[in-house]
Design a protein around this ligand. Structure first.
Ligand code: NAP
Length: 370
């Protein structure tokens, strides 16, 4: 009999990408899906999918959730923190697959990224572990890009600067950034023939628009378009943002590291629509020839793509625009740093809604079903 699988948070950024990937891969034919909502109970289910019920169910109805074999939640940490524990307390013994950070560090959960830790996933299944969580987006993308080096234990430490897309904050943030773009453009172009103005005058009109009380910034609180925000998520006591803190803790959990690998850096929200980019500075534990590093990186998984360190290749292949909507993980700008022979830099881009969120969940669901 097909498993009864509940989808919660399917309307959001991650959930929408998950559904899209599942449809394209014909995954729904193997399950009985039920769609839930926190805000639209009774509305129609996604039209393109053949569902057990044709209306959206209440995502807070514990009695209904209890009947499910598998729950896939892309709703967020707040929802998981309320519902997951209630269900487990009632003795629900189904599989919970989650996109949020809420359960990632629990002892009885596994952070899933099967091209990197399929062994740990199989081991967990044999131990009857029932909670499988997608990793932080930049962590998963970093491991997909640098997996070949982590696997060979040649990394002593990593510092990373991230350039994270607005969709990483969720649907509302992406919509707000587009509104910000429109507001700036309209403020200039409606009142003026934009091309006839001097460039400083145009820049001032844009800046004035960003300062206007009506400038859309309900979620960001400040302009992101035309600017950036070097803080993502809440504050930790040690001065890191929570996004920065997740880097080391989650990476070491996924790798099941015997020796803890220090990873730290600054996470920055930029006005890119989709895809997170990361600039790495890495200390290796040996003076490894760059060609060898290149071949270890390229051979780790089918999605990592090595990009030659030239202007032409970089500009064409190593941008969010080039990567959006694909599973490719390009990594380039690889070179030895002038600091010393054991130090390298690299730059990578990945679609944070695919390998950084939805794809590991989709693949985990398929592992369970098969
Ligand atoms: P999101 O886009 O904000 O969606 C979450 C929920 O918000 C939706 O399921 C929907 O719930 C509701 N919602 C309210 N207004 C909406 C609108 N205009 N359009 C669509 N949905 C709207 O959140 P998300 O980015 O998918 O993130 C979900 C979880 O995944 C979070 O825990 C996040 O930290 C994690 N995550 C996100 C990313 C990423 O790149 N975004 C990457 C990795 C992990 P109802 O239908 O019930 O109203």
């Amino acid at each position: 009999m097909k498993k009864l699988v509940g989808f919660i948070g399917w309307r959001g950024m991650v959930g929408s990408v998950l559904l899209d990937r599942m449809q394209k891969n014909n995954d729904f034919k193997n399950i009985n899906p039920i769609f839930f909502t926190t805000s639209q109970v009774g509305e129609k289910t996604p039209v393109m999918i053949d569902c057990t019920t044709s209306f959206l169910e209440d995502a807070y109805n514990i009695d209904h959730l209890k009947e499910l074999d598998i729950i896939v939640s892309c709703q967020g940490a707040e929802y998981t923190s309320i519902i997951y524990h209630k269900l487990r307390k009632l003795g629900w013994n189904g599989y919970w697959i989650d996109a949020s950070s809420e359960l990632r560090l629990k002892n009885d959960s596994i952070i899933v990224l099967d091209p990197v830790n399929l062994d740990s996933i199989h081991k967990a299944l044999n131990q009857d572990i029932k909670t499988f969580v997608g990793g932080n987006c930049t962590v998963s993308l970093m491991l997909m890009a640098l997996g070949g080096l982590f696997k060979r234990n040649v990394i002593e430490w990593v510092t990373v600067s991230t350039y994270q897309a607005v969709s990483g904050g969720g649907a509302k943030y992406m919509l707000e950034m587009l509104q910000q773009m429109g507001y700036i453009y309209n403020s200039i172009s409606l009142r003026n023939k934009i091309l006839n103005k001097g460039i400083l005058e145009i820049e001032k009109l844009a800046r004035d628009a960003m300062k206007n009380n009506f400038f859309p910034k309900k979620y960001f609180t400040v302009p992101l378009t035309g600017s950036l925000i070097p803080w993502i998520d809440s504050s930790m006591k040690n001065g890191q943002s929570k996004e920065e803190w997740k880097g080391a803790i989650e990476t070491n959990k996924i790798l099941n590291s015997k020796n803890y690998i220090p990873i730290d850096g600054t996470c920055v929200r930029i006005a890119s629509l989709r895809c997170h980019s990361q600039s790495f500075f890495i200390k290796l534990n040996d003076n490894i020839p760059i060609k060898k590093i290149e071949s270890w990186i390229s051979s780790h998984n089918p999605w990592v793509k090595f990009i030659k360190n030239t202007e032409k290749d970089t500009v064409k292949n190593l941008t969010p625009f080039a990567v959006t909507g694909t599973l490719n993980i390009p990594i380039g700008r690889l070179r030895k740093l002038n600091i010393g022979k054991n130090y390298i830099s690299a730059f990578s881009v990945g679609d944070q809604l695919l390998w950084g969120a939805a794809e590991p969940l989709r693949r985990m669901l398929n592992i369970l079903i098969s």
